[in-house]
Design a binder for this molecule. Sequence first.
Ligand SMILES: [Zn+2]
Length: 433
Amino acid sequence: MHRAIAASAFLFLFAGAAHAAPAFDPDAATRAWLATMGPEATARSNAYFEGGYWIEYLGSAVMIAISLALMILGWAAGVRSWLERTVKAYFLVALGMALFYQLVSTALTFPFSWYVGFVREHQFGLATQSFPEWFGEYLINAALSIAVGALFIALLYLIVRAAKKTWWLWGAGVTIAGMVAIMTLFPVFVAPLFNTYTPMQEGPLKTEILAMAQANGVPADNVYVFDVSRQSNRVTANVSGMFGTTRISLSDTLIERASPAAVRAVMGHEIGHYVLQHLVSILTMLAVLIALVYALVNWSFQRVARGERWGVRGVDDPAGLPLAFALLTFWFAVATPINNNITRFHEHQADIFGVNASRAPEGFAEAAVMLSEYRKMEPGAFEEWFFYDHPSGYARIHMSMTWLANEIAAGRAPPSSGGPPEGWRPDFVVTRE
Ligand SMILES: [Zn+2]
């Protein structure tokens, strides 16, 4: 009995001793980081991101409406018949149809693109371009998308005609191959049209980024800075390239706006995407999703275009292109949460890799607060599952602070507040003096 009393007294003392040094609380630290935003920035962040939900579905609805109008008015069948009389060859008919459809839909959706890409970005202080600058880049972008898109659509029609009932399977394979080609060529031929890439200035930050990259097996011996500030205030970075063109790049805005610890945390995240082979993994999952969506397009197309409705003779008739696109847009909109979950799963992995590689949990929290300029910090659980293609700011900060709590408990990090430095405020562009 005496022993029991002694034991409980010892436990009591021990508990008292543990309470004496305030334990690191990841929840409180997360709250402290979120509080640095203030109510105004929080409201602005929520408004920007929630507006994006409407934009996404409204954009899909506009595309479907335009496409169905082209079918119902008989323009699609009319253009197809005219192409058959003039250019004759099936590939050229499909190519002509794709050019016609993309030109019309790009022109008709221009007001929407202008509002989303220019007006709204300025309203929220994210854009830095004048209208002529923005419009010039918009035209280059549109011309490239229409040209590459038309070639791809014509190729897909050849596959539909050759493979018949199994076109959705072969089509998905060719779509993934096309994506790989674009990802290989984009950094070399397209990105330099919009931004200049220069080697990063020598210094401790560059040395640390390269050390982290090489320690994790990234075959790169230089770091590049690109002038995102020409277009926007957004911060961004990537490890891009395939087949021996691996390159680490970060935006000038990131260096200018974030602390060195935050830059290291962000680069750790990007290195994570590379090391964890996310491209291969994402493309594999996407291949399954695309095959499924194509199969649904095939199935619904047969039902809608039954009995040569709107002059469409079958799935392989280019006259049905606007209908196929309307259905594709519809099914991809339905699949939005699946697509978001595929991406968010990988982003979460890269987050954990980044904190481990950089050992900069506070830098990562800082970066997460900065990204609130275009991503709502604290969504509901369903909202995050449905709409988020990255973990929310809250989830990211909480993960970093939990990581730090474990490091402190293991004696590998000094007991610190883990919260934002005294008086620290995020450098939000709209509220700059
Ligand atoms: Zn990422």
